[in-house]
Design a protein around this ligand. Structure first.
Ligand SMILES: *Cc1c(COP(=O)(O)O)cnc(C)c1O
Length: 423
């Protein structure tokens, strides 16, 4: 059933570290070998052995319209015929920046980069340049890409600097990163009391989706808005996942909280490598060439990538009913699991994002998320995979619902889930 995938994985491991170009693809956490994908269309993904699966990974977020949306593919095809990259400005970059300005409430000015990692890295540099402060406060369990200063685990004492969470990151690179607990206002307040004039920015996933899906509790985001303003720090929403997913204006529209800077990725590229950061004009103009903060990119604003991004955002703008449809589908899956599994799991869902945590606790932060039984998760993942449902091979990732998921496939998914939990 997965002979070709297994063979390819064996070969891949000879030429690529661990056989994959991004670690979570390796299926290591679930004790399986990864499926090598041959094609994808709509809500289906097909591996090299010909297994067709209903896909809830959606490339880890970009696929809000499903795979190979015909309008997006056509724009990409057309863009290719005019040349793949110029390293000079194009009209499409202006168009994408205008769309972003129109859709995302807090963004007046934005800059395109090629990944979410790069977007966050650059936004932090601008925040530090603007505030002339060095420290950054982040939350345990939130992921902001793999740049050195953000690969941290919490310090040993509550108010110490963070320590690296990866080999190859010098201690010096993380000494200005502070880590607080998600949904814990006191843990944030304590850092501001200790460093009232040193914190350049608080960066947060407004809905955490990289420790599984964890919702912000009532008032948490507005508290972050208030305390950053009070201490002269910037508030950065990392909307690489939530941007254009929770609403056309992302989480900031959904929760009506306005950050100073926003980072985007995933959906903004419509399946091509694009990231963006943006916000208030006076802050963004600290970026070169007008400002003193250097940031650049050979392929930034690439003409083919921007074609995919523009068409994707246009489709979302033209059809705001999409967000209601996505939510109804995700709710249906969440309800099916809750009904079948009862209190043995915690299902968190918002908009088209959901996670099934194998814990009886309510999951509100990293600590409760990691109380999950990853062994039970691995078994659940394997059952789903064997029954044609493709989900992320880790307890600590989201399930993504797309506009291409058909009612029929949602129902099929619910049946498989019920089958698993009622065995
Ligand atoms: C995926 C992700 C990133 C990193 O984006 P890449 O394109 O993988 O570099 C940053 N922040 C969040 C919230 C993400 O989900």
């Amino acid at each position: 059933m997965d002979t070709k995938s297994k063979k390819l994985f064996e070969e891949a491991r000879r030429y690529i570290p661990g056989g994959v170009n991004s670690p979570v693809r390796a299926f290591g956490a679930v004790g399986r070998t990864p499926r090598f994908i041959a094609s994808a269309y709509g809500d289906k993904i097909v591996d090299v052995d010909g297994n067709e699966m209903i896909d809830y990974v959606c490339s880890w977020g970009p696929g809000i319209l499903g795979h190979a949306n015909p309008r997006v593919v056509e724009k990409v095809r057309e863009a290719c015929t005019y040349g793949l990259t110029f390293g000079a400005p194009t009209a499409r970059e202006v168009e994408l920046a205008k769309l972003i300005e129109k859709m995302v409430p807090s963004i007046e000015v934005s800059r395109l980069v090629s990944s979410g990692t790069e977007a966050v890295m650059s936004a932090l540099r601008v925040a530090r340049g603007y505030t002339k402060r060095d420290k950054i406060l982040k939350f345990i369990g939130c992921y902001h890409g793999h740049s050195d200063g953000l690969l941290v685990k919490a310090g040993s004492g509550a108010l110490t600097a963070s320590i690296p969470d990866s080999a190859g990151v010098p201690l010096d690179y993380t000494k200005n990163t502070l880590t607080a607990s998600y949904n814990d206002k006191d843990s944030v307040e304590r850092f501001f009391l200790k460093y009232p004039k040193e914190i350049a920015a608080v960066i947060v996933e407004p809905v955490a989706a990289n420790m599984g899906v964890v919702l912000p509790q009532d008032g948490f985001l507005s508290f972050l808005r208030e305390i950053t303003t009070r201490y002269g720090a910037l508030l950065i929403f990392d909307e690489v996942i939530t941007g254009f997913r929770l609403a056309t204006g992302g989480a900031q529209e959904y929760f009506q909280v306005t950050p100073d800077l926003t980072t985007l990725g995933k959906i903004v590229g419509g399946g091509m490598p694009v990231g963006a950061y943006g916000g208030r004009r006076d802050i963004m103009e600290f970026a070169a060439p007008v400002g003193p903060v250097y940031q650049a990119g050979t392929l930034s604003g690439n003409p083919v990538s921007t074609a995919a991004g523009i068409e994707t955002l246009r489709i979302l703008m033209e059809d705001p009913g999409i967000y209601g449809r996505l939510e109804r589908k995700a709710k249906k899956i969440a309800q099916a699991v809750r009904n079948a599994a009862g209190d043995s799991v915690c299902v968190n869902q918002i908009g088209s994002l959901l996670s099934v945590f194998f814990t009886a606790r309510e999951v509100t932060d990293y600590e409760s998320a990691v109380s999950s039984d990853t062994g039970r998760f691995a078994q659940y993942f394997g059952y789903l995979l064997d029954h044609g449902i493709y989900t992320a091979p880790s307890q600590f990732e989201a399930m993504f619902v797309s506009d291409a998921h058909t009612q029929e496939d949602i129902e099929e998914t619910c049946l498989v889930l019920e089958g698993y939990f009622r065995r």
